[in-house]
Ligand binder design. Structure first.
Ligand SMILES: Nc1nc2c(ncn2[C@@H]2O[C@H](COP(=O)(O)OP(=O)(O)OP(=O)(O)O)[C@@H](O)[C@H]2O)c(=O)[nH]1
Ligand SMILES: [Mg+2]
Length: 469
């Protein structure tokens, strides 16, 4: 079945849906050359050189569009197969007509999501780590996401992990030599010379990559920054100001926001989910039993009193605070401030409504990390910078991480644990155990690159792509 699918020639629109100046249609598979010949009525153009051709309906000879055409012979193409690209004018009518013609050709079918990339992987053009990078690159929305994804897509991760793997295989061969020649001390000693230092260096490198992994995952998935604080402090006003649009209702009434409101933002290249919460009338007591809420919040359709709604809103605020990567604790000079509570999450203390205290702003500055006015925009840049700095610090984001997914992190953790064991074994003179643990480290790295044990993952990874990639 897989074999049959492999022989199909696939095609798809690789650019977005809807009218555009240009649309790119991609074709890959053994019939790609024939298809191009019959669409243009001419010989194949020079490889990888863009040429202008009339695209015709082979049945009627009617010219459908003037297009730019590229021919990528396998195996040096993206997919590793014969491939072609047709850049037509991007109107729905042109695209529909060309796709219709391709659909009618024997041996051709529409590609599935990610199928071009899947073929690249299956033909050994890309490692799984590069495929994952590519999936993220196509979806990247912020600078840091782009940088991190590009690094993986260009093979930096694969190269690094392959490098570690080769070093380990070298270490393994030395260990095996020492085991084989254990009778002859000189040879055994020579074989082992410097191995401990090499293991240490590798261990440090893996450990560093793992330290960056959480940040890498967050850059990929986004950080949660929660605005919390007393009622009327201007939390919803701040959310709107940072989002630069009216997302949440703002009013002079204390207790306007009852629910949790989220917006996706790009803060200094970092993908951030900024969350507005219900104002807290008092810091909710953790032991305050949640069961009553479950009753009210759950399936029953009983009308809720204002107090109930407020309580549930505060309950939700508390829940979202617990999963915050960073909290903006917001208060203002004109609200009955409650003290900044102790929280496990990292917190920036923000004083809002600076416009009300212009004359003696300095006095407030000591107690607050940032003083802003959501109304006039004062201090918002500084706040954004502070948010970026806090997240960068906490998640070790100086350099883009090579590890960006739970799958990768798991494999690296396994590698690190095995390598740690190998160091211990070597110190204890247990050469055979050390060798076995080095072997298991190699396996874990191979899983990380996607050389082994990938079958179960493929469908879910390629389905992340759109059709045409
Ligand atoms: N002068 C001044 N007023 C502000 C500022 N930010 C917000 N306000 C006002 O403060 C009031 C409360 O603002 P909201 O944004 O609704 O406050 P909130 O913290 O979301 O309030 P709840 O949802 O009720 O907890 C509104 O009347 C806003 O116009 C500011 O920077 N300066
Ligand atoms: Mg509000």
């Amino acid at each position: 079945m897989q074999q049959d699918r492999e022989r199909d020639t696939i095609f798809a629109l690789s650019t977005g849906q809807g009218a555009a100046a240009i649309a790119v249609i991609r074709i890959s598979g053994p019939r790609a050359g024939d298809v191009l010949r019959s669409l243009t009525g001419r010989n194949l153009p020079e490889a990888r050189k863009a040429v202008v051709r009339s695209i015709r309906d082979p049945e009627t000879g009617e010219v459908v569009d003037e297009a730019l055409v590229l021919w990528f012979p396998g195996p040096g193409s993206f997919t590793g197969e014969d491939s072609a690209e047709i850049h037509v004018h991007g109107s729905p009518a042109v695209v529909r007509r060309v796709l219709g013609i391709l659909q009618g050709m024997p041996g051709l079918r529409l590609a599935e999501a990610g199928e071009f990339t899947r073929r690249a992987f299956e033909n050994g053009r890309l490692s799984l780590h590069e495929v994952e990078g590519l999936a993220d690159l196509v979806k990247a929305e912020t600078e840091l996401q782009r940088r991190q994804a590009l690094l993986a897509a260009r093979g930096k991760g694969r190269e690094t992990f392959e490098g570690w793997r080769e070093d380990l295989i070298h270490i393994l061969s030395r260990l095996e030599a020492a085991i084989d020649f254990c009778e002859e001390e000189d040879i055994a000693e020579q074989a082992l010379e410097g191995i401990d230092a090499k293991l240490e260096t590798l261990y440090a490198a893996l450990k560093k990559a793992l330290a960056e992994a959480e940040g890498g995952q967050r850059v990929r998935e986004g950080f949660t920054v929660v605005i919390a604080g007393p009622r009327n402090a201007g939390k919803s006003s701040l959310l709107n100001a940072l989002a630069r649009r009216d997302v949440a209702i703002v009013s002079r009434l204390a207790g306007t926001t009852r629910d949790v409101i989220e917006v996706q933002l790009d803060i200094g290249g970092l993908p951030v989910t900024l969350v507005d919460t219900a104002g807290l009338s008092a810091w909710p007591d953790r032991d305050d039993d949640g069961d009553r809420n479950a009753e009210n919040e759950g399936g029953t359709d009983e009308p809720l009193s204002h107090e109930d709604i407020e309580r549930i809103g505060q309950e939700r605020a508390r829940e979202v605070l617990e999963r915050a990567d960073l909290v903006l604790w917001l208060s203002a000079p004109d609200v009955e401030g409650i003290d900044v509570p102790h929280m496990d999450s990292e917190t920036i203390r923000v004083l809002n409504k600076a416009d009300l205290i212009d004359s003696d702003a300095e006095r407030y500055r000591q107690d607050w990390d940032v003083v802003i006015s959501a109304k006039t925009g004062t201090g918002l840049r500084a706040l954004e910078e502070r948010i970026g700095a806090c997240l960068r610090d906490r998640f070790v984001l100086e350099a883009p991480s090579l590890i960006t997914r739970a799958r990768q992190k798991q494999a690296l953790e396994e590698a690190l644990a095995r390598l740690d064991q190998a160091r211990e074994d070597l110190k204890a003179g247990l050469l055979e155990l050390a060798a076995e643990n080095v072997r298991l480290t190699v396996r874990a790295l191979e899983r990380l690159i996607g050389r082994i044990d990938v079958e179960d993952l493929l469908d879910s990874i390629f389905s992340e792509f759109c059709i045409g990639k």
